[in-house]
Design a protein around this ligand. Sequence first.
Ligand code: 2IT
Length: 448
Amino acid sequence: MSDYVERVLDIVKTKNSAQTEFIQACESVLHSIAPVVDSDPKYEKAGLLERLTEPERVVIFRIPWVDDAGKVQVNRGYRVQFSSAIGPFKGGLRFHPSVYIGIMKFLAFEQIFKNSLTGLPIGGAKGGADFDPHGKSDGEIMRFCQSFMLELYRHIGPSLDVPAGDIGVGGREIGYLYGMYKRITGQFNNGVLTGKGPEFGGSLIRPEATGYGAVYYAEEMLKHFGDTFEGKKVTLSGYGNVTWGVCKKLLGSGAIVQTISGRDGYVYDPNGIGTEEKVDYIYNMRVSGKGKLADYASKFGAEFHPGEKPWGVAADVVMPCATQNEVNLEDAKKIVDGGCQYFVECANMPATNAAQDYLLKAIRGVGPAKAANAGGVAVSGLEMSQNALRYSWTAEKVDNMLRDIMVNIYKNSEEAAEEYGFGYNLVAGADIAGFKKVANAMLAQGLI
Ligand code: 2IT
């Protein structure tokens, strides 16, 4: 690897010393793109990597709100506007107690390349708060969202920054956030948030898009090896929006979806999560906020394994859908020992770098998150287009566009990896394809 990449990584580590997830994401991407950067001195001359690893803007703010007991609570809010090189900032909002600047920056950094891969003109951002929605009443959620927007509205706009959901932020929260935005500004402003309800400008298929897109991407990987989902045992983690979308798309595919998981353990369903009733049950578990994995197990005659992750279950395809670093090196070894050939990342950065490297060498294919889970933000981009057009496309049209986008992401990644000597390494390919477009845009726009 080049001296230039090593030097920039040293700067990143020094400047962001406690931000472990951000350093992890930078190391992974910079290793992939080293051959591109080494191929032409123009990148170093323009300080491209130093600029790429420093966010354009970070906003950190206080969110005061009153809980149901009348007590004042204070959380910390974030918006990391990492790169607007190819379009307005775009990326989700995460409400989770683990949120801190290191997680916000890794997510925003990953979003730059993911959004570039979609082929749509959208830059990279992320935001959220260290707020735990778990166990909060509907009124508390609304008041929190309103207070959050009372600051965030200054920093967003339809051609400036367009947030969406992520962990802890779904349709209900987007509704409350958007309602407050509209109250403050008095403007529709092309929707300004994506993931809205279909009654007020939301796109059809947006709720399903991340899961559907991941399955479309996985199908391309399988096809590369002359394979299909028919008869494949599939392990999923999580039970949220992404897990649900994957389950829904795999209905009727012949795949046997055998696990879902939560903070308290995992469910093993030997019959497969293969009926609409089961998929709807998972949806309601999440939306009600009261669902328990153990209840799924007892209702459908499945096993509940408390306190464990699902990675020890033998599977052909593993699709982590929950959160960052949920698969470490030990888990990766179990996954390989269980016979897995395809690892498709549906959550953002679900594997540690060591785990991902191990899997890359041991199995047929690793589909990296920034490619495999780009379907969500892609349909968010399509929601922006529909809002600008003052029009709504049919579910079928959006779904077809989503599939085309995912197939293109796969193809572009495969070709980029091949071109730079990485062989069938879709991780490197996605980084390179995403990077080249952003880098060219940065070079074309001068030192800004
Ligand atoms: O991780 C992601 O890509 C998202 N949370 C969705 C972002 C978006 O703008 O739809």
